[in-house]
Design a protein around this ligand. Structure first.
Ligand code: FAS
Ligand code: PHB
Length: 389
């Protein structure tokens, strides 16, 4: 087989890149380790920056998003029993859109199938060959048969545990990592959200986040120990703990119900530099990971896709390689700002096991400064709605 771009990974990064390229007549084959059905069982992000919404519209996959997604013009930040509101719309003139990553991925798969664009599922033993040469090719096994695809470029969109990042030699790539001493226990429940906007809460029992997917599908998280497993938490225990971590007058509105999904996500900050090696480009979680506190994971994958797509477009349309040559530098400039915001909001809102009294005072002072200072709120809002591409 031969194609222009082999995209490894059929998650949101790979599918969005594939769809954008397809719309411009640039051929790409997506290789996905799992099945479409399996990929769509993953419950992940819920908040879309306007940059991602614009990209999805450019890709022609935003019809359902435009009809089912809904705008949030701000968020609630709570400390113990007090809360305050930060208005994204007043401070930045824009909102964020609530629409689950699962639905984004579903829309992208539907579009790819409608376009009859090639996706190969259940691939195994993917190897990227000669990425540092002029004629890369990808080999893999599917249904017990070995396959080869010759291409011009490879987009590594295969997430944190994929093969793409590992293809870059250790003496070429530099990795930066911070692992947090806690995780997020998340549940999905078919219940009305406790509040019309998100609530990020720092309580003496730990962090909690009240989010949603729609008016009858709520998404909640509580900070938990890394030694916890989802089976350690009954639904009743989860609801009781959540009630104790958000302001009591808000907790009175909490509607509990059976969890339809329950999982624990570890929290880490991670960046690989560079995000390009020869004709291999890393996109999304393959190159970087953020703690989900700032809702930046999926949204930073989107800006990577924007830079890579436009670089490939000028290469194929004008023979101009300046876009792909500057990809890593441009993508990393925005990645590091997202890493900083995610790290800072995680530190501001979570209780650390070894936190000193002084650390706690610093946390309280930071939240009080955010509550009372317009410039601080504007900076928070600009980061949350998404810095410019
Ligand atoms: P993905 O990991 O989504 O997709 C990579 C794809 O590559 C997968 O489908 C995988 O099966 C495939 N793959 C892997 N290895 C392969 C191989 N060798 N060959 C072929 N295919 C291969 N972000 C938020 O903003 N908010 C959240 O609440 C949030 N929660 C999260 C919870 C969890 C448990 C995780 C892991 C992430 C969460 N994220 C969250 C971040 C998440 O949304 C990612 O940023 C987003 O999925 C990035 O998309 P991709 O880069 O496409 O990577
Ligand atoms: C979610 O709805 O899953 C969500 C929302 C905001 C975050 C993280 C996760 O910061």
């Amino acid at each position: 087989m031969k194609t222009s771009v082999v995209i490894i990974g059929g998650g949101p990064s790979g599918l969005l890149l594939g769809q954008l390229l397809h719309r411009k007549g640039i051929d790409a084959i997506v290789l996905e380790r799992k099945t479409r059905e399996y990929v769509l069982t993953r419950i992940r992000a819920g908040i879309l920056e306007t940059g991602l919404v614009s990209l999805l519209r450019e890709a022609g996959v935003a019809d359902r998003l435009d009809s089912e997604g809904f705008a949030h013009e701000g968020t609630i930040i709570a400390l113990d029993d007090e809360e305050f509101h930060i208005s994204f719309r007043d401070l930045t003139g824009t909102d964020v859109i609530v629409y689950g990553q699962t639905e984004v991925t579903r829309d992208l798969y539907d579009a790819r199938e409608a376009a009859d664009a090639k996706t190969i599922f259940n691939v195994e033993d993917v190897v990227i060959n000669d990425a540092d040469g002029d004629a890369p090719f990808v080999t893999f096994n599917v249904d017990g048969k070995s396959q080869r695809i010759d291409c011009d470029f490879v987009a590594g969109c295969d997430g944190f545990h994929g093969v793409s990042r590992q293809t870059i030699p250790l003496d070429v790539r530099k990795e930066y990592e911070k692992v947090y001493p806690f995780g997020w226990l998340g549940i999905l429940s078919e219940t009305p959200p406790v509040n019309e906007e998100l609530i990020y809460s720092n309580s003496d029992r730990g962090f909690a986040l009240c989010s949603m997917r729609n008016q009858n599908l709520s998404r909640y998280y509580i900070q938990c120990s890394l030694s916890d497993s989802p089976d350690d938490w009954t639904d009743e225990a989860f609801w009781e703990e959540l009630r104790r971590r958000i302001p009591s007058h808000l907790a009175e509105n909490l509607v509990a119900g059976p969890s339809i999904e329950k999982s624990i996500a570890p929290l880490r900050s991670f960046v690989t530099e560079p995000m390009r090696w020869g004709r291999l480009f890393l996109c999304g979680d393959a190159a970087h990971i953020v703690p989900p506190t700032g809702a930046k994971g999926l949204n930073t994958a989107a800006s990577d896709v924007h830079y890579l797509y436009n670089g490939l477009l000028t290469y194929y349309q004008d023979g101009d390689s300046s876009g792909i040559d500057s990809y890593s530098e441009k993508a990393l400039a925005r990645v590091w700002k997202a890493e900083r915001f995610s790290w800072a909001t995680t530190n501001m809102l979570h209780r650390y096991p070894d936190q000193s009294e002084f650390d706690l005072k610093m946390q309280r002072a930071e939240i009080e400064f955010l509550r009372t200072n317009d410039a601080a709120q504007r900076a928070f809002a600009q980061n949350y709605v998404g810095l410019p591409y």
